[in-house]
Design a protein around this ligand. Structure first.
Ligand SMILES: [Mg+2]
Length: 320
């Protein structure tokens, strides 16, 4: 069977590692000045091929799901804590980046022993992309499980709320999950995108929240000019940038070059875009010259195998 998690996770980790050295830098429009190779140092002074918190939290979530044979919010937070305190799940045995809202949530869990579902930031300013960036395993898990729409919503809400509990973050995660599920069920990226505007998000979210995503849900995102695309760490801007890059490029390589050269939150925009285009075009479409530089590939393969074993052998039904 097609190795979905390998396509998605390598797509994600490569996009992350490509963006790390130029995080927080301005947009590059001049084609000849765009970063197209995997390089080291720069913004975080880490060697080439180093993934960041985005990939660490994503693989921590994968590891938890396969180990617990399902979703256990305490265990996921235990593994996030282990990442933050002990550098588990890192590329260089060092944690060099973490968002404020995420750090506060992990502190609430690990130091104050709060219920994991009560740890996430609830204010409107707590809408960075910190929960969106770790949703890939959840999207795949939900694709493999025949859950009701309400059950899926509950899981997405709870997973986001471990760190990001505001409705804007939760809806961003839900739109991302819905897009991936459509792709995995065989739709083209265009059809998957168009289906988003038909979803009844108003059952779970108020109009103010839904309006934040109007530029995605109005069906016209592909036609926006690059100047209208903001690639900041605000979850709405991040998701918009990633879908825009996915819709406006025709292979994995192009999508990552487009994504990371948008500037600002380049690692997360690169990673999330890469998760989508990795799933769409597959592992074999990822340039070898980038793959060969990624750190700890054997470790990632091990985690991918374990997750696949769980999905294929445990009590999880393949959808469709
Ligand atoms: Mg990062």
């Amino acid at each position: 069977m097609n190795n979905i998690i390998k396509n998605g996770l390598y797509g994600f980790a490569i996009g992350d590692a490509m963006g790390v050295p130029i995080e927080f830098t301005p947009r590059v429009s001049d084609e000849s000045k765009k970063l197209k190779e995997m390089v080291g140092y720069g913004s975080h002074h880490v060697p080439e091929g180093t993934w960041s918190d985005d990939t660490s939290m994503t693989i921590a979530t994968m590891d938890s799901i396969q180990e617990c044979k399902g979703i256990d919010y305490y265990d996921i937070m235990d593994k996030f804590t282990n990442w933050y305190n002990n550098a588990l799940y890192t590329a260089t045995d060092r944690v060099f980046d973490i968002g404020n809202t995420t750090r506060l949530a992990i502190d609430k869990y690990s130091r104050l022993s709060m219920n994991p579902l009560q740890c996430g930031g609830k204010n409107e300013r707590d809408n960075g992309n910190g929960s969106l960036m770790r949703m890939l395993p959840i999207a795949i898990y939900l694709f493999y499980n025949n859950l009701s729409e309400q059950e899926e919503m509950e899981i997405v809400k709870n997973i986001s709320s471990l760190t990001h509990a505001h409705d804007i973050s939760i809806l961003g995660c839900k739109i991302y999950v819905d897009f991936i599920k459509e792709i995995l069920s065989g739709k083209s990226k265009e059809d998957a995108y168009n289906s988003l505007s038909k979803n009844n998000y108003n059952v779970y979210f108020d109009n103010n929240t839904i309006e934040k995503y109007d530029s995605i849900l109005n069906g016209n995102l592909k036609n926006k000019s690059i100047d209208e695309i903001r690639s900041s760490g605000y979850v709405v801007n991040t998701l918009e940038a990633c879908l825009w890059c996915t819709l406006n490029t025709k292979n994995y390589e192009e999508s990552i070059i487009e994504a990371i050269n948008l500037g600002k939150d380049t690692d997360t925009v690169g990673a999330i875009t890469g998760s989508l285009t990795g799933l769409i075009y597959g592992y074999d479409n990822i340039p070898q010259r980038w793959l060969s530089k990624l750190r700890k590939k054997e470790y990632l393969d091990e985690l991918i195998d374990k997750f696949n074993n769980y999905l294929n052998n445990e009590n999880v039904k393949v959808r469709g």
